[in-house]
Design a binder for this molecule. Structure first.
Ligand SMILES: [Mn+2]
Length: 427
């Protein structure tokens, strides 16, 4: 479905006067605090977050799945949906594909289709956490870490194939989330499974084009419940350091044990120039994959504080980051959910941009704890949404994406086009 741009224009014209009032007020407040508002607007307007191809359908749990209708039936329709999101917010200009769920049959046609919506291909994702019907060896007891070389070779070959698909689409990175691990004490030798994995990673690393990166994503548990091979940021960093400069860590917000200080992990990765990207989502208990910012907006703000501080500090030399959403929703319209996630990410980013950094540094140097907290709270308590709306207006996106989506009955139109009982590939 291709959105008629004149509808967005009409929508914006009706809402512009009220927006202008809110924006002018906030602009004055921020300028009085010494901020360069046009520069902040530009940063927000150019910020792009990749949409995962697996989040466009309704997510399921191991107990059931309740599809909402009108889900994309093919890679082409997934790209159309991301194009729709991008037209609505002008901040979703990239898509992250998952192989083998989204193998492009005709890469140049797919690339052209994506370009027609202004989309690029972010990191491609390999999958050795499931067995595919045509594969010879099972991943039941692991893939890149498996005790049997045949299984490891098969998993390596899959990753090389994913890189090839990525090259055809103009992607520049491979994300490996390795689900390998054990469920019972004594099941495997930790050192040897690390070493086998390192050997597999090295073979994949050797196949990376010069301008590519590999992102090593970590996760402490699930699907395995005793140990995982890449359990935490330390293990991810260790692999990256052993592999070389093209290997970078990937932080998925849901892949930490409860109450982990994720912002400090971000700072450590940045300090080493080893942060590759992010999988944004939110959670209350584990890897809940809830809408970004739905549970812990303050944590998200603190993470963006470290990101903005690190990316603007002369002491930090980290490559540009890949920003991606990795969520899966069981009860919401996936497109509305993704609009909410992108908004939450940009709110946290905008709040981090308006932290009075000079004053914060001074407070830190003087051990003025209360003042440091005042500065952080001042930014976090500021309603920055008029800034985000202004950036959308500047970019020709919808001032209010979700009301626009609802008023124009977009889901109903997708159902009419694709049917009620459509199933998308993904989680
Ligand atoms: Mn992830």
């Amino acid at each position: 479905m291709i959105l008629d741009k004149s509808l967005i224009q009409q929508h914006n014209e009706a809402l512009a006067p009220a927006q202008q009032k809110k924006f002018e007020f906030l602009k004055e407040v921020l300028q009085d605090e010494g901020h360069n508002v046009p520069a902040i607007l530009d940063q927000l307007a150019t910020f792009q977050i990749a949409i995962p191809s697996w989040a466009l359908g309704t997510g399921g749990t191991r107990f059931g799945r309740f599809a909402g209708g009108g889900e994309p039936r093919s890679l082409e329709e997934k790209i159309e949906d991301v194009g729709l999101l991008h037209a609505l917010n002008q901040s979703s200009g990239a898509i992250s594909l998952h192989i083998p769920w989204d193998i492009p049959q005709n890469a140049s046609a797919i690339k052209q289709l994506a370009a027609s919506f202004g989309l690029q291909f972010d990191a491609v994702n390999s999958n050795t956490f499931q067995d595919q019907s045509e594969q010879e060896y099972s991943y039941k007891f692991g893939s890149l870490s498996h005790t049997d070389k045949h299984v490891r070779d098969q998993a390596i070959a899959h990753n090389l194939e994913v890189i090839k698909h990525g090259i055809d689409l103009g992607s520049k990175a491979l994300t490996i989330w390795l689900s390998d691990g054990t469920d019972f004490p004594g099941q495997q030798n930790f050192r040897r499974s690390f070493q086998r994995t390192l050997d597999s990673f090295q073979q994949i690393y050797a196949a990376l084009p010069d301008d590519w990166n590999v992102f090593i994503e970590y996760k402490p548990y699930e699907p395995h419940f005793y140990s995982t091979v890449v359990a935490d940021w330390g293990t991810s960093l260790l692999f990256c350091q052993k592999l070389g400069e093209k290997a970078l860590g990937l932080v998925d917000l849901g892949h930490h044990l409860p109450n982990t200080n994720i912002e400090q992990i971000v700072s450590r990765f940045l300090m080493e120039g080893k942060l590759g990207g992010f999988h944004f989502n939110d959670s209350k208990y584990g890897d809940d994959d809830l809408t970004v910012g739905a549970m812990r907006p303050f944590q998200l703000f603190l993470i963006f504080n470290e990101l903005v501080e690190g990316m603007t500090s002369a002491e930090v030399n980290n490559p540009p980051l890949s920003w991606m959403i990795d969520a899966s929703h069981n009860v919401k319209d996936p497109l509305e959910d993704l609009l909410q996630s992108v908004e939450a990410i940009k709110i946290a980013y905008a709040q981090a941009l308006i932290i009075n950094r000079k004053a914060l540094e001074k407070a830190q140097e003087q051990n003025d704890t209360a003042q440091a907290q005042e500065i952080m709270q001042q930014a976090f308590r500021t309603d920055v949404r008029p800034l985000l709306a202004q950036a959308r207006l500047q970019n020709g996106a919808a001032l209010e994406p979700i009301p626009f989506y609802r008023q124009n009955k977009i889901r109903q139109k997708l159902i009419n086009q694709r049917g009620v009982k459509t199933y998308t590939t993904g989680l």
